[in-house]
Design a binder for this molecule. Sequence first.
Ligand SMILES: [Cu+2]
Length: 232
Amino acid sequence: MIYRWLTCFSLPLAMIAANVSGRVELVNQRGVKQKRADGVAVWLEPVQGRPALPPGKLHVITQKNKRFLPHVSVVPVGTTVDLPNFDPIFHNAFSNFAGQPFDTGLYPPGGTFKVRFQRDGVVRVFCNIHSTMSAVIVVVPSPWHTSSGAAGEFQIDGVPPGEYTVKFWHERATEATLRGLDRRVTAGDGPLQLPAVVINEAGFIPSPQANKYGRAYTPPPGTGNLYGRGKK
Ligand SMILES: [Cu+2]
């Protein structure tokens, strides 16, 4: 009886939520289409009003083999990001971006550190002692978000009917390029397939990764083992 009651009331809810899907293509500085197009952040912002955000979400970015995984994360405002260290060496995580600076300090194998993000923006994260390590956390004011797969495909489920702006972010695109990618869509009660979106990397100038003091990576003398220097 309870099951029938739930079925009656949950069906209409399922029918009004749409999914929005599409594909992005990356074109490099020389105008060549890239084989992989993963790691592009995609999210929907309502044209009017601000959506309710899920409270207290937890997102994990691991430190493993001197890498942050995943490299690109897309999370709603209010998310806590956990940064466990699965390597046999010390790590750090720091950021000076998006008005949400943090610095975990050095922490040992098996350690972890949590950071909560209270506002939207692009938070670039680095390790102060390993120049191979970087991650990006795209904090969005929306519960409807994803990142593209290897072929550039994406799908956002559970979108209520309404007018939205679809937004994109890619780490090798200029702000002007990204603003030009905004597009208005209307979600109804069924699937919405968007035309392919081409993201051109032209004009993007990469900057060399620096430590938290803005300097080149040079471990202090005598700290090779602690920092895992020389190990892959
Ligand atoms: Cu590290």
